[in-house]
Design a protein around this ligand. Structure first.
Ligand code: ATP
Length: 269
């Protein structure tokens, strides 16, 4: 039902340095940092900054991470919710939650709102598939109303994430709504190495250069998959009661995650 955090109080502030690769996406999102830090500068000269940003890309590519990093860089409160939390609620409940979250963010402005899995509420309305879904439509309508309700220059930025931009209701993408689109991609070899480096920082690897081979042998892996791989390797090492993570641990973990990945891909439509 929505979460709230204030970067400066949560101890570990997420920043762009925590997001490996995704240079273009980071650059586009970074443009909003200045606005959130000093909205008055923009308001003074009547500059309208986009409120709605749609983060698109495969699962686990860092969409949530990037949204958190924006709030962290600007040092503003972060409000988040997921579209999937609105699926089984009673009519009106979802819309009420959306209204409350936007109200709280406006009060705390400058602030960032993040809506994960936008497609689970934001699918094209009135297709009749699955029989009506009144509560979903009301929630979606409330999001649209909130986006339209921004009076020009309020310093609230709304980011939403989806891996199915193709099913989104076109109403969400109209000017003044989620009209900025930022694409996140699966990492290439270099980016995979950078992601592995970030998540291996706190891990005792026998030889950190083992990560080269792992980066080379994991095409198609997302950032989340790579993080998973490292954790799996650490579990392996612990099972052996070893003090460090060897190349064999990493390779075995890679194979495990890969089999998992194959399974996940197979059940996708
Ligand atoms: P989903 O669509 O499944 O919600 P997402 O795109 O929001 O996925 P995140 O939740 O941000 O992905 O990523 C999951 C985890 O994977 C992150 O917490 C982070 O630790 C790691 N990760 C993903 N991408 C990156 C990246 N580019 N750099 C560093 N870590 C990453």
């Amino acid at each position: 039902s929505g979460r709230f955090s204030r970067p400066s109080e949560s101890g570990t502030r997420t920043t762009f340095a925590d997001v490996a690769g995704q240079d273009q996406a980071k650059k586009e999102v970074a443009e909003l940092v200045e606005f959130l830090r000093e909205p008055e500068r923009f308001q003074r000269v009547g500059a309208e900054v986009p409120h709605g940003v749609l983060l698109m890309g495969p699962p686990g590519t860092g969409k949530t991470l990037l949204a958190k990093a924006l709030a962290g860089e600007a040092d503003v409160p972060f409000f988040s919710t997921s579209g999937s939390e609105f699926i089984e609620v009673f009519v009106g409940v979802g819309a009420g939650r959306v209204r409350k979250m936007f109200e709280a963010a406006r009060k705390a402005a400058p602030a960032v709102i993040f809506i994960d899995e936008l497609d689970s509420i934001g699918r094209t309305r009135g297709t009749g598939l699955g029989g009506g879904h009144d509560e979903r439509e009301q929630t979606l309508n409330q999001i649209l109303a909130e986006l339209d309700g921004f009076e020009g220059k309020e310093a609230v930025v709304v980011l939403a994430a989806t891996n199915r931009p193709d099913v989104l209701d076109p109403a969400l993408l109209r000017p003044g709504r989620f009209d900025r689109h930022v694409m996140l991609n699966l990492p290439d070899r270099r980016a995979r190495r950078a992601i592995l480096d970030i998540h291996a920082k706190a891990l005792p690897l026998t030889d950190p250069s083992d990560l080269d081979a792992i980066a080379g042998g994991t095409p198609g892996f997302s950032g989340a998959d790579l993080k998973n791989l490292l954790n799996e390797a650490a579990i392996q090492a612990a099972r052996r009661s070893a003090g460090s993570i060897t190349e064999a641990d990493l390779q075995e973990a890679r194979d495990k995650v890969m089999m998992g990945t194959v399974r996940t891909l197979a059940i996708q439509p």
